[in-house]
Design a protein around this ligand. Structure first.
Ligand SMILES: Cc1cc2nc3c(=O)[nH]c(=O)nc-3n(C[C@H](O)[C@H](O)[C@H](O)COP(=O)(O)OP(=O)(O)OC[C@H]3O[C@@H](n4cnc5c(N)ncnc54)[C@H](O)[C@@H]3O)c2cc1C
Length: 240
């Protein structure tokens, strides 16, 4: 997938690959430095794949840090709250002090709402009463419309942006640039594409995996063989 590829996520979000450095070969080269082997400009061979598999299985993980990616992400603020816990990423986010936040609000698909999980205090389960959920989603949209009005009213009254934003909910969309190396991207995907993670961030994790697979096909294959981030749609589960 070339740079600037974009995958839509949730109702208004997306992830876009802005930039990347390296490939499967970068991992192989970094590992071979250990035993002073010559650099190669060539493409993947069977031995490269075996080496990548060996490295990953034996947790010789530092060679995977020689590949990096920069993504542009548009997501609700509650997703950013979870994402920003991952300290190995570098972030730059839109500032609601500099500009009016006008990227819309997250509206869940009624079929993905479910009910509070009984066994997992953080999660959710089932699909709930769809007719009721449709009505409640309309209520949510109405609340968002009122919030937007108050936000604009405060701005019109001369409130500074940094204070007018107080009224905005965690369902507001925001945008950021996020840079990470391949090792820590895999760690992120392992945690956040897992069914214990919140369904909405699972969607972002799966989209990231799709974006990087064509750049590091062998590493991705090896990662998926040994880790099971459940890349298919899964039952909504958890938070934070
Ligand atoms: C399902 C789920 C539920 C969660 N629930 C909550 C919750 O209720 N409340 C809450 O506060 N958080 C919660 N979290 C966040 C979680 O505790 C971690 O902060 C988050 O997943 C980031 O993981 P990480 O530290 O491995 O990632 P990163 O910060 O990206 O770190 C990656 C790896 O780098 C190493 N590393 C990074 N920093 C350090 C350091 N300072 N010292 C040593 N090693 C380091 C570790 O090996 C780490 O695994 C939840 C996460 C998940 C996935």
């Amino acid at each position: 997938m070339p740079a600037n590829s974009e995958i839509p996520v949730l109702d208004k979000g997306y992830v876009r690959l802005v930039d990347s450095m390296g490939s499967d070969l970068s991992v192989v080269r970094a590992a071979r430095v250990s035993h002073d082997a010559a650099w190669r400009a060539g493409e993947d061979t069977g031995s490269d794949k075996r080496l990548i598999k060996y490295l990953w299985k034996n947790r010789h993980t530092s060679p995977f840090e020689h590949v990096t990616f920069t993504f542009e992400v548009k997501a609700p603020i509650f997703i950013f709250r979870q994402w920003h816990r991952h300290r190995t990423w570098s972030f730059n986010e839109v500032s609601a002090r500099y500009k009016e936040l006008d990227m819309g609000f997250f509206v869940p698909d009624p079929v993905n709402i479910g009910v509070q999980a009984l066994s997992n205090k953080q999660g959710r389960q089932g699909i709930g009463d769809i007719h009721e959920r449709n009505l409640q989603v309309q209520d949510l949209k109405d609340v968002y419309a009122s919030i937007e009005q108050v936000y604009k009213y405060l701005l019109d009254c001369g409130w500074p942006r940094e204070l007018a934003r107080t009224v905005l909910p965690v369902g507001s969309y925001s945008a950021m640039f996020a840079t990470v190396d391949l090792l820590n991207l895999f760690k992120f995907i392992e945690l956040r594409a897992d069914p214990h993670a919140q369904y909405e961030i699972q969607e972002y994790a799966r989209a990231l995996l799709k974006l990087v697979t064509p750049i590091v096909p062998v590493c991705t294959e090896v990662f998926l063989e040994t880790n099971n981030p459940n890349p298919k749609d899964s039952i909504p589960s958890s938070t934070s």
